[in-house]
Design a protein around this ligand. Structure first.
Ligand code: CP
Ligand code: NVA
Length: 314
């Protein structure tokens, strides 16, 4: 049972909530691999609102819901009345009458917050311009599988844009006790309020969260190197300008040389080879990166089971 109705931000979760999600995700993964039925959400329906593209999120939520014995509805803003201007608060109240949970991927984070405020059912943030919590929780699971049970004291270095991914990783690492360094070019740093919140969360676990623009100094002895695209969805028009500014903010063999010898490389995908990561590094670390993609399924099943299942009480 989680301490909150919705999953909008990892900052809202307690340290115990994060542990509970990861433990259940591992349990559900083991059950799925062993072919053991786990219909925790039988008879339940998840709505999935997409205002941006998706491969992993859409397919993993939809299959995840099926594996939990429920069903999922894909709702594109191209077809819904919200695409024609129906207020989000009305959509939230209507859909609450039909569904047992809703997942939303959209632009402004405030849209998800408003939806959750008016919805009686659990709301899951499946990416906003500000945050991507389902991905960052998945990343903790992937690190746990590859590095062993105890995450505390590990060092993650994120290289690239100060975007939704770095924000959620900062929160996830703070809650898990992983020391976190964001390496971003000047002018593309993470949001200041999120940094302040993450530092406060980190105080509880002893983790250290920091921001720098020095790739090589930061990458020294890193246990996990992480990157994401230089231009996120909605920033396509800035792509060419960003490619010039972000030169050097790339995970390459040179960066790996200064990291710990057993360092993992993670990427939330989709990747732009030759920009934020070289083709060589991505292919050399494909085992970790595609485990990471697979783990979206298991982590989101745990999140849905905890928020929408009978084990959830509010
Ligand atoms: N990582 C991730 O969220 O991928 P999609 O955009 O394909 O859902
Ligand atoms: N930062 C990227 C993540 C995609 C999963 C984006 O928002 O497009």
């Amino acid at each position: 049972m989680l301490s909150c109705k919705d999953l909008l931000s990892i900052h809202d979760l307690t340290v115990d909530d994060v542990d509970e999600i990861l433990d259940l995700a591992q349990e559900l993964k083991a059950m799925q691999k062993a072919g053991i039925e786990h219909h925790i959400l039988e008879g339940k329906t998840l709505g999935m609102i997409f205002e941006k593209s998706s491969t992993r999120t859409r397919v993993s939520f939809e299959t995840g819901m099926y594996q939990l014995g429920g069903q999922a509805l894909f709702l594109s803003n191209r077809d819904l009345q919200i695409g024609r201007g129906e207020p989000i608060k009305d959509t939230a109240r209507v859909l609450s009458r039909y569904l047992d949970g809703i997942m939303i991927r959209t632009f402004e984070h405030e849209r998800v917050e408003e939806f959750a405020q008016y919805a009686d059912i659990p709301v899951i943030n499946a990416l906003t311009d500000l945050l991507h919590p389902c991905q960052a929780l998945t990343d903790l699971l992937t690190i746990k599988e590859h590095k062993g049970k105890n995450l505390r004291g590990l060092k993650m270095v994120y290289i690239g844009d100060g975007n939704n991914m770095v924000h959620s990783l900062m929160y996830a690492c703070a809650k898990a006790g992983i020391n976190f360094v964001a390496v971003t070019p000047h002018g593309y740093e993470p949001d200041t309020d999120i940094l302040v919140n993450a530092k406060a969360d980190a105080a509880e676990t002893g983790a250290v969260v920091s921001v720098t623009d020095d790739v090589m100094a930061a990458a020294k002895d890193a246990d996990v190197l992480y990157t994401d695209v230089w231009a996120s969805m909605g920033q396509e028009a800035e792509h060419d300008k960003r490619v010039k500014i972000f030169q050097g903010y790339q995970i390459s063999d040179d960066v790996l040389k200064v990291a710990d010898k057993r360092a993992m490389v993670l990427h939330c995908l989709p990747a732009h080879r030759g920009e934020e990561i070289t083709n060589e590094v991505l292919e050399a670390h494909a085992a970790e990166i595609f485990d990471q993609a697979e783990n979206r399924l298991h982590t989101q099943k745990a999140i849905m089971a905890l928020l929408m299942g009978d084990m959830h009480q509010h």
